[in-house]
Design a binder for this molecule. Structure first.
Ligand SMILES: *Cc1c(COP(=O)(O)O)cnc(C)c1O
Length: 360
């Protein structure tokens, strides 16, 4: 068996220990004679799996009791509609546009009400986070929306926006569990798990209880109501059962590594290796304003599209995969999520140095 260093933005690298454990349990989950994939979601065995996953996530993030944790389906993109359907009581919300995911969420919300774009960094290809200390927050806004880590552009909010008392809703798909978080600062935190936690098919939504009500927009389908899923503890219908089981294993892996403080420290060290090289390199350049750099997604360019393509192809031959940048930015992007080991980034930088020497 040979595994590559996988720098994919998502679905993305998972901890090898987790994959190995899942492989060991594939045919017979702990003596019950079947795979978790084959098991009733109403069984006691599965109930224990989902309860433990929730408890471990609560422990990792320090989620207060007045927040619900929901395991949902439909991808992060389905939340672009669910959020306004459930939370836009006055049919007004403020959106901060820091990339394509935020923009898609904003466009979707405008189907249901007045979605204000109160700040944007589109003028410079989303290469920075706008100043959000004094935004023109609409007095009627039901919430303020951000995409906290911008997967495509490699920017991250280092300070949360001043929402002037409005609940903050954050898409954290690509920075979920990468560092400690103060949940009380948010009305809702959500993300697809396929970037930093588990297999595609699961979305985790952490929502303050008072925001989960029966009072949703008329016509909201039952399956798209937070209250339905909250009341049924994520078992209203068949949940993405196997995906949740893998997420649970990743939570335990994170606990074993020392939790989110330790992950932050590790992620900072890892990202620094790459950013330090980008700052000194004569060939490669980072594309993001320094103070807004993400720890998870690192875009870079040579400034020459042919050379970029050559780099991506040669990197692949050296076991460094999925380094091609998003089509809207070009160049390269290294996604270095929790499960990317330090050695992966060291190998990448060593290869970049070699490539630079040969392509002066
Ligand atoms: C990948 C991604 C999405 C889209 O996720 P899907 O699960 O494919 O809908 C949304 N937001 C962010 C920040 C992402 O990185």
């Amino acid at each position: 068996m040979s595994r590559v260093y996988n720098f994919s933005a998502g679905p993305a690298v998972l901890p090898e220990e987790v994959l190995q454990e899942a492989a060991d349990e594939m045919l017979d989950y702990r003596g019950c004679g079947m795979s978790v994939m084959e098991m009733s979601h109403r069984s006691g065995t599965y109930q224990k799996i989902i309860d433990e996953a929730e408890a471990d996530l609560r422990q990792l993030m320090g989620i207060p009791d007045n927040y619900k944790v929901l395991f949902l389906q439909g991808g992060a993109s389905q939340q672009f509609a669910m959020i306004p359907m459930n939370l836009m009581k006055n049919r007004v919300a403020d959106y901060i546009i820091t990339g394509q995911w935020a923009k898609k969420a904003w466009k979707e919300a405008s189907i249901y009400g007045k979605a204000n774009a109160v700040a944007s960094s589109e003028d410079q290809t989303f290469s920075y986070i706008p100043d959000c200390s004094d935004l023109p927050i609409d007095p009627d806004a039901d919430y303020v929306y951000i995409c906290e880590n911008n997967t495509i552009y490699g920017t991250k909010f280092k300070t949360l926006p001043n929402t002037k008392g409005k609940p903050l809703v954050a898409d954290v798909s690509s920075c979920f569990l990468s560092e400690p978080v103060d949940v009380t600062k948010y009305g809702m935190i959500y993300g697809g798990v396929q970037k930093n936690i588990g297999p595609a098919g699961v979305v985790i939504a952490i929502i303050r209880e008072d925001l989960i009500t029966e009072d949703v927009l008329p016509g909201t389908p039952t399956m798209l109501k937070y209250k339905i899923h909250a009341d049924a503890k994520s078992l209203y219908n068949t949940p993405p059962a196997y995906g949740i089981y893998i997420c649970g294993k990743v939570f335990k892996w994170l606990q074993k590594r020392g939790g989110l403080e330790a992950m932050k420290e590790y992620n900072e060290k890892k990202a620094k290796i790459l950013y330090d090289f980008l700052d000194e390199s004569k060939l490669f350049k980072g594309t993001v304003r320094k103070e807004d750099r993400s720890l998870m997604n690192v875009p870079f360019i040579t400034g020459n599209a042919d050379l970029d393509a050559k780099f991506v192809a040669e990197a692949k031959k050296n076991g460094l995969e999925n380094l091609k940048g998003h089509r809207s930015v070009g160049g390269m992007r290294a996604s270095i999520y929790n499960a990317m080991p330090m050695e992966g980034v060291e190998k990448l930088v060593a290869f970049m140095k070699e490539f630079e020497a040969q392509n002066q």
